[in-house]
Each structure stands twice: as structure tokens, then as C-alpha cells.
Design a protein around this ligand. Sequence first.
Ligand SMILES: [Zn+2]
Length: 215
Amino acid sequence: MRKLLIWAVLAVLAAGYWLIQRSPDTVAAQGAPSPLVVIDPGHGGWDPGAVRGAVYEKTLTLAVALKTGLLLQQRDIRVYYTRSRDTALSTTVIRDLNQRAGLANRLGATIFCSVHVNIESTGTMAGPIVYFTPTSGSSYRLAKLVSRALVPIAGQFRPPRPIRQWVLNVAQMPAINVEIGFLSHQQDTLNMQSAAHQRQLALGIAQGISQYLGR
Ligand SMILES: [Zn+2]
């Protein structure tokens, strides 16, 4: 009888051990980490970016970036902002840009997405344009999806444009820069200040990124 009891205790212990050993595997299989998107609102702090009267690029980029991040989080995508308030990351432009992309590299981000505002001399161009690193096929694919998702705001499909930009070159993952509009265009400048327009831009950027990630 005593022998039987010992065997019964051993059996219970063995079953418990088997369950403990097994559960981490199950958790790991079900809880694969969701993709991480680093959103980089251009400029900030001492660097206003493009300026038109009292309108600063750094304010517009932050507003659209934060709205985009919220939409991505709703789709179970992790988001990290290079800045979430009116601050610069360093005291020089190059160091600042290195820190932004360097952060994405250190975090092992899935996607790096900068947000900026365009400016040009004729004052006639308006609407968003997506730029990508020319050497990266995946960046091009991502840029194309975001450009497509921005058609309702751009009024047409604007093919993404290759560009050699410091911050995009430093990033070691698919990287794009969404220029959300033109500060040199009067109506576009008004639009970019409206929360509804900012939300439309954020919806397009978030949709393109989500499609790329298959979410
Ligand atoms: Zn800029």
C-alpha cells in the first residue's frame, strides 16, 4: 500500500513537471511579438523645420505622427515614437537624425516611418508624397502601399519617390518618409492644421503600413 502511495505521488509530480515544461512553449507559440513601428515626427525643439508665418513643420509632423501611432496600436502593432512632444533629440541636425534612426536600429524595429512637410518655390504643389530609400526593395513596397492608401487625400496615385536621405539611409529596416503636404501651398497649409485632415493623413499612413505588415 505504501509503495502504491509513493508511485501515486511520483506520478502526480511527473505530470506537474510535464505541464510546467510544456506551458512556456504554448505561451511562446501563441504570443509571438507583434511588429514594431518606429514613427519619427520630423524636427522638434530648437529645430522648427519649415516655417510659414506662425505655422511650424515640427507641430504638424507631431500631430499626424501621434494620430498614426494610435491607429496602428488599435491594430495590435507596437509603436515607438522618436519624440512625443516638442523636443529635439540632439543639439546638431546630424546627431539628431542619427539618434532617430539609431533608436529604430537598437529596438530592432520592423518599420521606420518619418513624417515631414514639403516646401517648394512655386507655391502650386499640394498633398502628400512618400519617399523611400532607393536601394531597398522592401522600402519601395511599403512606400507604394502607403502612397495608394493616401489616394483619397492626394486625389490621385502619386508614385513614391526614391530619395537619398540621411535618416532613411541609417535605418536598417524598411524605411519611408511621408511628406504630408506643402507648407508653400496656402490651402494645404490650412488643411494640415485641421484635425480632420490630420486624421485622414494618419488613416492613410496607418493603412499602408498595416497592409505591408499583413494586419
Ligand atoms: Zn522636414
